[in-house]
Design a protein. Sequence first.
Length: 460
Amino acid sequence: MRVRVLIRLVVVSLLLAAAIGLAWWVGAEIRAAPSRRVTLASGVQIGVLGVTYGTNHVQPGFGRLLPDGLRALLARLLGRPGAGSYRFTTSQPELVVWLAHNSTNSAVPPSSVRVGLADESGFLSGDYVDFTTFFNGSSGTPRRFEVWPRCSRELRIRLFEQGPSFTYHRVGEVRCPNPARSTAPAWVAESLPARRTNGTLVCTLSAVLAGVGMNTTTSAQADGTTHTTFSPPQADGDNHAALRLAFTDSAFPSNDWEIAAIQVADATGNSARNSSLSSSFGSGPERNYQFRPSLWPLEPWRIEFRAARRPGSSFAAEEVAGFTNVPLPAIGFTNRYTESALVGTTKVSVTEFSRREPLPDDARGWSSGGLSQLKLTVANLPADARFTLVRATDDAGRRLEVPSSGWSQSEPYEATFSFLRVPADARALNLTFAVHATRRFTFVVQPALATTNDFTPSNL
């Protein structure tokens, strides 16, 4: 009798396991339906499995309640892609898009895919994450987003594939219900131009645009103003926001100040610090700034930025220090150093210089990897202060051009400066830097959705 009961239990357990496996398989097929697949140029298909929100994330599908081990076993038995990620937790609520691909041909090279989120109107903020396809694929690859259109009823997940020229082109869009849809309190936007004062410094913000490309064209007009045109939103999803402002210091227009960092937020809970910031001159003391990511223009934005003095400005003696006669390596070699200097409590250390062949004077382009590079570490930098490389010269007093720089995100900070041309006969480096206070300004504005991309005063 007991044997029969035991046999029945075994049979029932097997049938139950088979039913669960079948349900999981059917669920996998449903969630990878053609409407949720995008085909790349290589023939590899990207499937959007779904979207989750919260702190506990489980891959969407009927098998989400199964233990990971059993789920992976069923995946192998049913010929599904590799194990992948099935569940994880986050310290704060986050939005996660789950992706999968079916690359089973080892001869197909990996593809680089960019994933961006648009709201129900189709506006793409310019915030995106990367996804790379590999042989054997994955049954669940989570990609986390810091900002998303929280008030939108649906999310439009746009996929862009990297082409042979390292540019991205759109290959498809998948729409999903927004699992984190919410309402937001109404922020009252101020009219532009708007003005703020911090000490002797006055900032006047005259325009904010959402949905522009990253390139600008600026030309002078007969009336003394300038005509600035932004490129349209880019097909690769790398969209920006733009603003125009001017500084007045002690009642006089000033070009000595610039934006050092921008933080943009909205009432829905989105908050993003710029990962890309560039500027160009506007009319007179006005400057145009572009930054990414922006947010969605249906909601007013709170824009907070820090203004700092530019390298050519005047700095007080107590703000300035430097290094003299730092020996340069031979071309093609790298020197490492241990020299340090103090500005107040901030410690600046020269750590490394990698020297490259100087570019010819008629060179039309460059990449940072082909330039000479200086590395510094900056420790104990106050939260309201900025580090600026004021001047770099060689032992003959020739000023060195610095076309690009980088800054790490954590303390102690690592700063990298690229030099366009270090003369072949230069033997040493002289550096002057400043650690100086910044000024904070905050505005709440309703961004305009770029249509003409024309940034002339008459169109603001």
